[in-house]
Design a protein around this ligand. Sequence first.
Ligand code: SF4
Length: 368
Amino acid sequence: MSVAKDAALLVGAPRSNARGKLGRSTVDTGTGELVGQTWPLLAVENLTKHFALKGGLLNRTKAVVQAVDGVSFDVQTGETLGIVGESGCGKSTTARLLMHLIPPDIGSIVFDGLVVGAADGGLSHRDLHRQMQMVFQESYASLNPRLPVAMSIAFGPLVHGLAKSAALKRAMKLLEAVGLDPMLFANRYPHELSGGQRQRINIARALALEPRIVILDEAVSALDKSVEAQVLNLLVDLKAQFDLTYVFISHDLNVVRYISDRVMVMYLGKVAEVGPSEVILKSPGHPYTAALLASMPSLDPDHRTEEAPLSGDPPNPIDPPSGCRFHTRCKFAAPVCSQQAPDLGEGTHQVACHMAHGSSGHPAAIAA
Ligand code: SF4
């Protein structure tokens, strides 16, 4: 049984029972393998969010965008889970659902054995926000332009009841931790900083409540390549220094590859593939992952291809293709692909493709 399914058993379970039966798991950052038979830090089960598009005189629902559809995954203590996919695949909506910035239609989130938002014995959204923080792509929009950066960093702890002097002291320490001299930067305003410096402030803000998990939603995508590399290295250092767990969301497989222990690939609101980074990048099981890898730019002339690995835009999430949502772009599509949605399967490397499952009815699966 997968770890996500183990955690699903905790949904609705009394708090003491859930923690009494299992211990917390970690991931070996060298191999990406799960260490210990335990429960994950974060377990997401069947997370679903459809947005109604309304219009007309009576403001009736005209269409429904299936942004996230039945997504399940888990994140182990101390690991970095990379979530990757094209624009519109649902990765950022998934991040907002995790933070409860938007409520899910259905699905459950279990944090460290406690059901988030459960009325009885669960974890409140306020408590979740102490333990889970997020860094967004837009470094300027995330900061209050009227607050000096030290106050911006101290704001969260102040709201959660820390005394002003202690909150500012923490802000100074965090400025140092993100590589900015507190004497030079504490009293500056966001417009006086570069994009890279502002994103360092946002990272410090995210750490101010001493979270256990940080969601980085395209956090380095807007930066120049040299600054991007510096911020990535900073994130790696901070993870070790503060004992953090990351969910790292990006459209760029190169960046995800650099920082992630495991990778989850999303396509049109669903999980296409998830597994240890090395496995996914060396031998992808899903044709979509293979196409994403093939479309990565290479300096090696032997690895350049004339043919576009992925043609066309992703289909409209208002009316996604039947069966496997990738079948309209997949060169291996067989009749079963448009008739039946593939299962993700179980184990450390999960692939939502009929070719990966022997009894699916796909000719390539039978031959395998
Ligand atoms: Fe391609 Fe079929 Fe696999 Fe979908 S299930 S990725 S269409 S082979």
